[in-house]
Design a protein around this ligand. Structure first.
Ligand code: PRX
Length: 635
């Protein structure tokens, strides 16, 4: 029997040892006993980090939707698969059973096929958190189309870049979306994006807010009438283990976003196995992850991981502050949530509000609390532990990435003793290493370094869509035979890991990864701007916020500064999205540069963080005088 469900610390250590001493045998057993395959693999693992090439379960045939849907029908057909909680608490929640979800996915799959989508084609999904979003992912997977979900907070420009990068031939969107008291014109954003996307043949539109929108003849189709006509069954396409399942874009420190490609079998096995253990999910639990399916957390731990385990997974359309700051806690009470998974930025925002919002609600159903997306600070950890978990629900601080597909370092609740701000121990099968800047592994405990992973795990991304060289250069060239995460970490006296943050030019704002270069490019396009540099600085709620240093051209120097600030943020909103707006913009006459012309971000970061007691060596700068000017005028 494989160790699918770990229940004790000794068992964790024993299974961990097994998983790293013979990974192939370990994963083979898990795969064999807990999933349905149409054909078994020829080889469990083939890998070479120098190329890099990673293949899990090569030769196996399967369809992930048979694992997430069909196989549950005989035993869990009437169990709720997706529990949809709408934006407006007055609108009724929907309990979608496994039977109903299966039918909806099949109908949708038939609509996709009728509109020319074939195995291997890319479909862009730009939807709010409504059931059709999950149905669309699964319908693509059902027919072997590759989904590319774009978070519905991205701008038209960001959307068109992503559609074109992976040559999507279809877009699935809605007329609009609800976000608290506001509505957002999503279809208008799609129309604008599609002015630059000649490859898109069809747009399927979900009616959500009943707004009067323009429909382009021949291209745009209301979805519901098509679903009503479609046949309610559809055989699942036979997929190879290594066929791409989806593309999901993530920001890099430079250049355009990276379309991370995840493949079918390894992703399924790993997300299902981590879900089961990290949440200690048992059959009648109701599980809620507050992430958006536009991010990896939603892909792995709202859709695929939970459904592969036959779980009940909640999808919430709204925001934590509407109609008031008690909304999360009200939902926990209403649906008797057992596992709750959210981001530190949400915890910090809610911790600022009156405790009454929490205390009005019965939270006794909770068994496990999760955190993801950024380091959780000690204060937020304790607030979460004291007020939400009442010191009874363990907090799992789960460290992972879009690229890793699933959780990498995390406590297993009721198994691993937790320590505030520590992601604790590697998950089964994960072999972390800390490296120094010279490329040597730092062994032993009480050390810190750059976090790498030594050995492939089943859900590692296989490539960057259309740019394998960039995949190699970004993740496999810094350290020989290692996957480099881009994060720093420390290992304490007992071997627990604590993630200390990014070591590259990616800044995590409210849990969202933002590369500095694309934001700087967007600012520099403003006619009054000559040059700019972005750094992060600590922010009470967002974790980090963005600080921009901007050099103006002559034409800009006579302009009103506050108007310019507004225009710069407007430009960023249009080109990237409101999540990338700057909190502070300082106009400067120059930026500190090395003799080779590189901006010394370290100095800018210190000034933005008001940590100027030791700026380090500035003597090598081309223009040391500018540092004083920037300091004197900083916010
Ligand atoms: O810096 C780490 C941070 O988020 C990055 C990955 O972001 P993304 O690909 O958007 O995926 C987020 C959801 C999995 C990581 O490189 N990060 C994520 N989780 C944690 C974290 N930092 C500290 N603690 C965490 N638990």
């Amino acid at each position: 029997m494989s160790n699918y469900h770990i229940k004790h610390l000794e068992e964790y250590f024993q299974v961990y040892r097994k998983s790293v001493s013979n990974p192939e045998a370990f994963w083979e057993e898990i795969a064999e006993e807990h999933f349905v395959w149409r054909k078994k693999w020829n080889k469990v693992l083939e890998w070479d980090f120098t190329k890099p090439e990673i293949k899990w379960f090569e030769g196996a045939k399967l369809n992930i939707t048979e694992n997430c849907l069909d196989r549950h029908l005989p035993t869990r057909g009437d169990k709720t698969a997706i529990l949809f909680e709408p934006n407006d608490p007055k609108e009724e929640a929907q309990h979608i059973t496994y039977h109903e979800l299966h039918e909806r996915v099949c109908r949708m799959a038939n609509v996709l096929l009728d509109h020319g989508v074939k195995k291997g084609d890319r479909v862009c999904i730009y939807l709010p958190m409504i059931p059709e979003l999950a149905v669309s992912l699964l319908a693509c997977a059902r027919i072997g189309a590759i989904h590319s979900v774009v978070f519905a907070g991205f701008s038209a420009n960001a959307l068109s870049t992503r559609i074109n990068d992976s040559d999507c031939k279809m877009v699935i969107c809605s007329d609009g979306s609800y976000r608290g008291a506001k509505t957002i014109d999503l279809k208008g954003i799609v129309d604008k994006a599609l002015e630059d996307c000649s490859g898109v043949e069809n747009v399927l539109v979900v009616k959500r807010i009943n707004s009067d929108i323009g429909m382009k003849d021949g291209r745009d189709h209301w979805l519901q009438p098509l679903l009503d006509k479609a046949y309610a069954d559809r055989d699942a396409e036979l997929m190879d283990a290594e066929d791409p399942l989806f593309i999901l874009y993530t920001s890099g420190s430079t250049g355009k976003p990276k379309g991370m490609v995840h493949t079918t079998a390894g992703y399924m096995v790993y997300t299902a196995y981590t879900f089961k253990n990290a949440f200690q999910y048992t059959e009648n639990d109701v599980y809620w992850c507050t992430a958006d399916i536009g991010w990896i957390t939603g892909h792995s731990y709202i859709v695929y991981g939970p459904l592969a385990n036959g779980a009940t997974t909640v999808m919430f359309e709204g925001v934590p502050s509407y109609p008031d700051y008690g909304r999360f806690w009200q939902i926990i009470e209403k649906h008797k949530i057992n596992q709750f998974y959210t981001a530190p930025t949400a915890i910090r925002a809610l911790a600022k509000e009156k405790l009454d919002f929490v205390e009005q609600h019965d939270l006794t159903s909770l068994k496990v609390l999760g955190s993801v997306g950024e380091p959780i600070n000690e204060e937020a950890w304790h607030w979460y532990n004291n007020n939400i978990g009442k010191k009874k629900s363990p907090i799992i601080d789960t460290w992972w990435q879009t690229e890793t597909g699933g959780m990498m370092i995390t406590p297993i609740p009721y198994v691993t003793p937790t320590t505030p701000t520590y992601a604790t121990l590697p998950f089964i099968g994960i072999q972390p290493a800390l490296m120094d800047e010279a490329g040597k592994e730092i062994k032993g405990n009480q050390v810190d370094g750059r976090l790498c992973i030594k050995f492939p795990w089943p859900s590692i991304a296989r490539t960057i869509w259309g740019n394998h060289d960039r995949y190699r250069d970004t993740y496999f060239s810094a350290y020989k035979n290692m996957y480099f995460t881009g994060d720093g970490a420390l290992r304490d006296a007992v071997g627990y890991y604590r993630i200390t943050g990014r070591v590259d030019d990616v800044i995590i704002v409210s849990g969202h990864n933002l590369g500095t270069a694309p934001i700087e490019d967007s600012i520099n396009e403003h006619p009054a701007v000559a040059e700019s540099a972005i750094v992060g600085f600590p922010h009470e709620v967002k974790g980090n916020a963005l600080y921009g240093y901007v050099i103006l051209k002559e034409v800009g120097k006579t302009r009103d500064r506050n108007n310019l600030r507004k225009e710069i943020n407007q430009q960023i909103t249009e080109q990237i999205g409101p999540i990338a707006k700057l909190d502070k913009i300082q106009f400067v006459s120059g930026l500190p540069k090395t003799r080779s012309g590189k901006i010394m971000r370290r100095i800018l970061r210190k000034i933005a963080s008001k940590d100027t007691s030791n700026l380090g060596d500035t003597s090598t700068l081309l223009n040391p005088e500018v540092v004083k000017e920037i300091m004197d005028n900083s916010f």
